[in-house]
Design a protein around this ligand. Structure first.
Ligand SMILES: CC(C)(COP(=O)(O)OP(=O)(O)OC[C@H]1O[C@@H](n2cnc3c(N)ncnc32)[C@H](O)[C@@H]1OP(=O)(O)O)[C@@H](O)C(=O)NCCC(=O)NCCS
Length: 172
């Protein structure tokens, strides 16, 4: 099969803006985490799809951190970028920056790493184009992603004990 042409991470970057509406809020008038996670998943999936020009599915979401609350009425801007590509999977990083529209103050509120797998029209896993790494920062981020992937594969080889303490049907 012909080699896929490498693509720069810049080519798949996504910027997405949302306003926090009352329907997006938790009981303390700040953004509900699940809503922010939905936007993160979409923003990251669009970057992954742009990179590989295939349908993608979310395989995992890692390192999701809510650094600070986002108030109702504020806006958030999500940025996503492909950090690393492997055979059929890609790791995508997402940051969420909140803006207080009254003062213009902006700060990082959430960050996450997601892995997507590319699928053909028949639902088969398909190879993705390699990344054309252009800067030292991009090369460093790629190496860290390789390390995370190696750690995940090693971790997944054994079944974690927490899965065994949750017994479906035991409660409620
Ligand atoms: C993700 C999915 C396609 C992986 O398929 P699989 O047959 O179990 O995977 P394989 O072991 O053949 O691995 C395929 C690739 O996925 C990666 N992968 C698999 N599970 C992963 C996980 N939990 N996290 C990150 N990467 C993962 C593998 O490392 C591999 O990458 P590579 O080809 O770049 O080396 C499959 O588990 C699936 O369809 N899951 C449901 C996805 C979905 O519906 N998401 C929506 C959210 S509900």
């Amino acid at each position: 099969m012909a080699e896929l042409a490498p693509k720069s991470p810049r080519e798949s970057e996504v910027v997405m803006t949302q306003m926090i509406l009352p329907s997006d809020a938790n009981p303390v008038n700040a953004a509900f985490g699940g809503k922010v996670m939905e936007w993160i998943d979409i923003c990251a999936a669009v970057a992954a799809q742009r990179h590989c020009r295939q349908v993608v599915v979310t395989a995992s979401m890692d390192d999701l951190h809510f650094h600070s609350a986002i108030k109702v009425g504020w806006t958030v801007t999500l940025h996503s970028r492909v950090i690393a590509t492997f055979r059929t999977s890609m790791e995508v990083g997402v940051t969420v920056t909140a803006e207080n529209f009254l003062t213009g103050e902006k700060h990082l509120t959430t960050s996450a790493l997601l892995t997507f797998v590319a699928l053909s029209a028949n639902g088969e896993k398909v190879p993705v184009p390699p990344l054309l790494l252009e800067t030292d920062e991009e090369r460093e981020a790629f190496q860290e992603a390789q390390q995370r992937r190696a750690e995940r594969i090693a971790r997944n080889k054994k079944s974690p004990s927490w899965l065994r303490v949750i017994k479906p049907g035991a409660a409620g």
